[in-house]
Design a protein around this ligand. Structure first.
Ligand code: SAH
Length: 382
């Protein structure tokens, strides 16, 4: 595991696994079992200082303070959509903006997590792609998102599901994603069931295989096309891993017997929404334990791409269902706050409103400025 040290030389303890904290503590002359206590303070209680770890011996705490620090993302803004969706705009220690989106739906609260600052995949229809890749997020930055959302929102918004569908391509950052997922899944850590976590990918074939061998989480693949040529037009990654190679990997992926792969299919009017596409999609799914999630394109001023009419989406879905596929249509959420699929990375923090009743006195930092502890004008966008 790479070690993440700050300019002052202190190491980010939250990017260490439990085993690494154990090794560090025994190296410092402390008993191994103390590591579990520290780990629980970090991930279950979310403490901000070593002083709060009251059942850890003072001497041990003193050594920890000298070498490590407890990292958090800065909350730059929280926006609440009219439909209850919350978008969190975070600032990393080095001033990058990333986002998480909490989507409440029928008793389920799904948190959409970012794994990179920007994205290198350059899918033509996706706005996050316009940023390019600035950098990978480290394990603590990936795991702090649910921890800090839990801290900020009350029990109404208890996170039940996590999808790695925010900014970035999770499998392009597998070396940091895997240790982060260990923290998500550990009963002593964030304590999510693997059934409730989904990793979404453009289809990096070797990394997909590595993920499936390492952890039993759910997998989603953004397919978005039904022929190689069509997919190459919008998803440049197809030049490296053909759709055929991707689907073959999906057919043979070592998944638990109960799992199915979700295929996301962004529907773009006149591009991939014909009945011929629906027929090809049925054929492509043969032999794969799949379910299809149709995502009508979220229109935006930066692209000349249209969302198909509802009737077209329904006919497409109907064809899939008639041929035995499980197919759902994703309802657009959080559009009024640019929190919908493919819109992340465009938030203007000066226009963002903080939902102040729930999140008091948030530290606000804008790029290039120091800290500003004043509060935003409290308002709701409902
Ligand atoms: N890089 C990963 C994780 C991001 S998931 C992946 O691509 O799977 C984001 C999802 O939103 C992807 O399925 C992508 O195809 C979809 N998407 C991107 N822009 C969109 C838009 N404008 N409208 C609807 N879906 C979009």
């Amino acid at each position: 595991m790479p070690v993440f040290a700050r300019a002052d030389g202190l190491i980010d303890i939250k990017s260490l696994s439990l085993a690494e904290i154990e090794a560090a503590l025994t190296g410092l002359g402390s008993e191994k079992f103390r590591a579990l206590q520290v780990y629980k303070w970090l991930w279950q209680r979310g403490v901000h200082s070593f002083d709060e770890m009251t059942n850890v011996a003072k001497a041990v705490r003193a050594v920890l303070v000298e070498r490590y620090y407890i990292s958090f993302l800065d909350v730059a803004a929280v926006q609440k959509s009219g439909d209850g969706t919350h978008k969190f705009l975070w600032l990393t220690e080095d001033g990058h903006r990333i986002e998480s989106v909490m989507i409440p739906d029928d008793g389920r609260n799904t948190l959409c997590v970012s794994t990179q600052v920007g994205c290198a995949m350059a899918c033509t229809f996706c706005l996050t792609g316009d940023l390019g890749l600035r950098r990978h997020l480290r394990p603590s930055e990936i795991a702090n998102q649910p921890l800090q959302v839990r801290e900020a929102l009350d029990a109404t918004y208890r996170i039940t599901n996590v999808v790695m569908m925010g900014m970035g391509e999770p499998l392009h950052n597998l070396d940091n994603l895997l240790p982060a997922l260990e923290i998500y899944l550990d009963e002593q850590g964030l304590n999510f069931s693997h059934r409730k976590i989904t990793v979404s990918t453009v289809g990096l074939v070797p990394q997909l295989q590595r993920l499936a061998e390492a952890l039993p989480v759910n997998v989603a693949v953004s397919l978005n096309a039904t022929t190689e040529e069509q997919r190459r037009l919008v998803m440049p990654i197809t030049r490296k891993y053909s759709m055929e190679a991707l689907l073959e990997a999906c057919r043979t992926l070592p998944l638990k017997a109960t799992k199915r792969i979700t295929f996301e299919y962004v529907m773009m009017a006149g591009f991939n929404d014909s009945m011929a596409d629906a027929q090809r999609l049925v054929r492509l799914m043969r032999g794969i334990k799949s379910k299809v999630n149709l995502i009508p394109y979220n229109e935006n001023p930066d692209r000349d791409i249209r969302r198909p009419a509802d009737s077209v989406v329904r006919a497409f879905q109907g064809h899939l269902v008639k041929h035995g596929l499980q197919a759902s249509v994703r309802v657009t959420r959080g559009r009024d706050i640019s929190a919908a699929c493919g819109q992340l990375g465009k938030t203007d923090p000066t226009k963002a409103l903080v939902e102040g009743q729930k999140i008091a006195a948030i530290r606000i930092r804008r790029e290039g400025e120091g800290y500003d502890t004043s509060r935003f004008v409290l308002d709701d966008i409902v």
